[in-house]
Design a protein around this ligand. Structure first.
Ligand SMILES: [Zn+2]
Length: 174
């Protein structure tokens, strides 16, 4: 590593520590010639991850796109930005663990739904409709429909209960 001051090619490392989510290492170095100190960062080289869109187009995976979608979906909902950042990082990790170079966009959509839904239902529905606008990830739309149908069933169920005579045993699966 060439010295930032005099260009000499040898230096000694006197401090190393992981930064961010341990994906890089920060090293403090001292030039063996001029003895000035400088910092270098070492990053793990990640295998490029390619997203295959529904229409077959391919583009490099970009975590910030997921985060941008999550932030839009959150709007003014009380969900901390850090949680959404962690969610996006978590999804990237899960996708890379698949060990495959290409990932269908619908898979990403499913990963988002799975994690966003327990965080905030409104944000989840917004995210889903946003996806729909871009014509990407039908599975999300289906998920919203399913959720709506489930809500309706639950409301119907609640309305029906008071109509039953008090001594009727309700047989239901739980
Ligand atoms: Zn130097």
């Amino acid at each position: 590593m060439r010295c930032a001051y005099c260009g000499f090619e040898e230096s000694k490392v006197f401090d190393s520590r992981p930064v961010e989510d341990s994906a890089s290492i920060r090293r403090r170095r001292e030039c063996l010639r001029c003895e000035k100190r400088f910092t270098t960062y070492e990053r793990i080289e990640l295998v490029p991850l390619i997203v295959v869109k529904r229409d077959g187009r391919r583009e490099p995976f970009d975590r910030t796109k997921i985060l941008a979608g999550l932030l839009r979906a959150r709007g003014k909902r009380p969900v901390a930005t850090e949680r959404l950042e962690a969610l996006a990082a978590d999804i990237e990790r899960a996708l890379r663990l698949r060990g495959e170079a290409e990932v269908p966009s619908s898979e990403i959509g499913e990963q988002v739904v799975e994690r966003l839904r327990p965080l905030d239902e409104i944000a989840f529905v917004r995210f889903a409709s946003e996806y729909r606008r871009f014509g990407d990830a039908d599975s999300l739309v289906e998920e919203v429909e399913r959720l709506r149908a489930q809500k309706q069933r639950e409301e119907l169920h609640l309305k029906q209960i008071p109509l039953l005579p008090a001594d009727t045993k309700v047989s239901g699966r739980h």
